[in-house]
Design a protein around this ligand. Structure first.
Ligand code: SF4
Length: 446
């Protein structure tokens, strides 16, 4: 894909940005002499990602063994040897991989009998547990754009974290049934403090982040028209928001013809049980609201391809996370087959980390054990895992969306193709995983 200076600039249209869950796929990027020089339609975060200087990353070797530069072939052999000798491997990360990369990781995990757990447990596991219990009424972001006249952001600040969410999906666009755009929508923000998003809302309701379950459950009673008595409830006597504020919120929700409830990180706070109860209460509230209108629930989505990783696992194994392949068939038991719980209990003896992994969000025992066991890391050169020593083997991979094509999935399940803007500089994560699998197969057949 390099351009000769004489050929002039190349314009690449419909580029997808992976910096936040918006996954904007309308960017226009100009490349001159193999360097990106201009980006249009992106927000500041997306522009910074695409135009960042990467000379330092390009100079890194294709692979390392114990931190020492190595030939790719030797590193692949070393990784295959470690995997062949492991009795309890885990495969983690995956949230920044393409669907194709996740499928390759799953094929390798199947071969070695590993536990596969994509993404970051603290936010994904409560969500999965809650929606498995309560179900979820959902929609595409296109449907929200065309129909939603009441939009709720609960514990989310998209103006800061998802800068083009308002413009593309939820607030500003003129939709088929909302021709006035912003003027045709009521925007409600529920959060512990006045955020940048709250500043642009029609209604802001402050909440106590530690009483979200009670707040949501009271709202359920109010929208169903059940009696709510302040005198018999200590929560209601002390609550933030007050009962009057909750009544006003229930009334605003009840005016929707089509409502969209976007949940943010505040609902995921706390223990697994507490966070999943909060999310289950929110899903139940949205279900109740469907008695009088269409109401849907969506996350804002994280950077990368977490929904895509979960969908590949669900499609191929029947489970979206904590999939144990050690018995030769998939099994999934939250807490038992969860990779991070296996780490915390000291049960895993090798980790394959594909792409990004927020090590700082693992609990202490899990992080300590992960630092002790052999690790095979397959990730773009710019991805590091602070707090962990040099991995046993590191294979530097291309970056999805930048110099790697493939498919990713938006938070509403819509698949998007990636159109790379730079020439591939390294094998993709999927290609490295395929090489390791081939080496394992050749050793097994020898
Ligand atoms: S809103 Fe998100 S996906 Fe869209 S350009 Fe900005 S960072 Fe990229």
């Amino acid at each position: 894909m390099p351009d000769s200076a004489a050929a002039g600039p190349t314009v690449i249209e419909a580029v997808t940005c992976l910096v936040c869950g918006c996954l904007c796929d309308d960017l226009s990027v100009v490349r001159e002499g193999g360097v990106l020089t201009r980006v249009e339609h992106a927000c500041t975060l997306g522009r910074e990602w695409l135009l960042r200087e990467r000379a330092d990353e390009s100079a890194r070797p294709p692979a390392t063994i114990d931190g020492v530069p190595a030939e790719a072939e030797a590193a692949v052999s070393q990784a295959a040897g470690l995997l062949a000798g492991s009795r309890a491997p885990i495969v983690v990360g995956l949230g920044s991989c393409t669907q194709e990369g996740v499928a390759a990781a799953l094929a390798l995990a199947d071969r070695i009998g590993a536990v596969v757990d994509p993404g970051e447990a603290a936010s994904s596991h409560p969500r999965l547990l809650a929606f498995q219990r309560a179900g979820r009424v959902s929609a595409t972001l296109g449907e929200v754009k065309n129909r939603a006249d009441v939009v709720v952001f609960w514990g989310a600040d998209p103006v800061v974290t998802h800068p083009r969410h308002f413009e593309r999906y939820s607030v500003e666009p003129k939709g088929r049934f909302v021709p006035e755009g912003r003027a045709g929508r009521t925007i409600i923000v529920v959060d512990r403090g006045r955020t940048s998003t709250a500043e642009q809302a029609d209604l802001f309701v402050p909440i106590d982040e530690n009483r979200q379950f009670e707040t949501l459950w009271t709202l359920r009673a109010l929208v169903r028209g059940l009696p709510v008595d302040r005198e018999t409830s200590r929560f209601l006597r002390e609550s933030v928001p007050s009962l009057d504020e909750l009544r006003a919120l229930a009334q605003a929700l009840g005016k929707a013809h089509y409502g969209a409830f976007f949940h943010g990180p505040l609902l995921h706070r706390g223990s697994l049980a507490g966070a999943s109860a909060n999310l289950e209460a929110a899903a139940s509230l949205v279900r109740d609201l469907n008695r009088s209108a269409r109401f849907v629930m969506l996350g804002l989505g994280a950077a990368g391809n977490q929904p895509g990783a979960e969908s590949v696992l669900a499609r191929q194994t029947g489970f979206p996370a904590y999939v144990d392949l050690s018995a030769g068939y998939p099994a999934s038991m939250p807490g038992v087959t969860t990779a991070f719980d296996r780490l915390a209990r000291g049960e895993a003896d090798l980790a394959v980390i594909v792409g990004d992994l927020p090590v700082d969000r693992l609990d202490g025992p899990a992080r300590a054990h992960l630092a002790r066991i052999p690790r095979v890391v397959i990730a773009p050169a710019g991805v590091s895992h602070p707090g962990l020593p040099e991995p046993s083997v590191r294979l530097n991979a291309s970056t999805p969306g930048l110099d790697e094509e493939g498919t990713v999935s938006r938070v509403d399940g819509v698949s998007l193709p990636l159109r790379p803007v730079l020439a591939p500089s390294r094998p993709s994560a999927g290609a490295w995983l395929g090489q390791i699998a081939a080496r394992l197969a050749s050793v097994a057949g020898a």
